[in-house]
Design a protein around this ligand. Sequence first.
Ligand SMILES: Nc1ncnc2c1ncn2[C@@H]1O[C@H](COP(=O)(O)OP(=O)(O)OP(=O)(O)O)[C@@H](O)[C@H]1O
Ligand SMILES: [Mg+2]
Length: 267
Amino acid sequence: MSYLELRHLKTHFTKNTGSVFAPQSEIIRAVDDVSLNLEKGEILGLVGESGCGKSTLSRTVMQLIPATSGEVVLNGESLTRLGPHEVRQRRLDFQMIFQDPYASLNPRMTIFSTLEEAMRQRHPRLDKDALYHKIIVLMETVGLDPAVMKKYPHEFSGGQRQRIAIARALAPEPKLIIADEPVSALDVSIQSQILNLLRKLRDEFQLTMIFISHDLGVVRYMADHIAVMYQGKIVEYGDAEKVFHHPQHEYTQRLLHSIPKLPSTAR
Ligand SMILES: Nc1ncnc2c1ncn2[C@@H]1O[C@H](COP(=O)(O)OP(=O)(O)OP(=O)(O)O)[C@@H](O)[C@H]1O
Ligand SMILES: [Mg+2]
C-alpha cells in the first residue's frame, strides 16, 4: 500500500454553451481517470501545459472540489468517502503553496498573526509562550529572521513572501504538501533558493509532496517521479531522470524541446 493513492480519479465540469432558447451543455473532463501512487517522503512532479488539469487534480486531492468518481486514499483511509466534518479535520494534513504568495496572504495580518492562526488550527489550546516559541522555530526553519514577525506581507520581497507562505503551510503540521507553481512568479535567482528550501523541508519532516509546474526542468530538479498530464490524463509516468532523458510520449518530447537553452549551455 502506498502512502497516497489516487485511484481512477475523475473530475468533470458541466459548461453551459447554448442560449436561453436552445440550452446546451458540454462536459469538460478536467481530470479524466488519473491513477497515481506516492510513497511517504516522495516528491511527485506534475507537469503539463496550461489548462491540462493540474490545479483541478490538486483541488480534488485536497477535497476542495468533489471527485466525479474515483478515490483518494491517504495512509489507507479513503478521503472521498468521509463526511464534511471529517474532511475538514483531515484537511489539516494537506496544505497548499500557490504561485502568488501575495494573493494568498492576508495583507492586514502580521506574519506572527498569520502563523498563529495557522498553528492554532492544529493546537487550539497552546499557551502563549509555547506558541511564541514555536513561531520562532518555524520562521528560522524557513529562513526568515524572527525579528520581522510583526511586519506585514507588503514589507517583504517576493521570495521572502513565498517563505512566509511556506511557513504558514507548515504551521498546521501537514503530512502532504501540494505546491502549485510555487516558483513561477519569482526571479530565477530566487527560484533555486525556494526549491532548495522545499527539498530541505521534505527531508526534515518526511513530507510527501506534489510539485506542480509547467517547467519540466524545474520538475526534474525537484521530483523523484514525474507524471506528465495532458488533457486530463497522465500520459507518462516514471523516474524523474528517466522521463527527462528518455521520454516515451510524443507530448513529453515536445515539452522537453520547449525548455529554453542559454547559448553557453546549448549543445
Ligand atoms: N470550476 C470550474 N468550472 C468549469 N471548468 C473548470 C473549472 N475549473 C477548471 N475548469 C476547466 O478545467 C480545465 C483544467 O483547468 P486547470 O485550472 O485544472 O488547469 P491547469 O493545468 O492548472 O492550468 P494552468 O497551468 O493554467 O494553471 C480547463 O479547461 C478549465 O477551464
Ligand atoms: Mg493551475
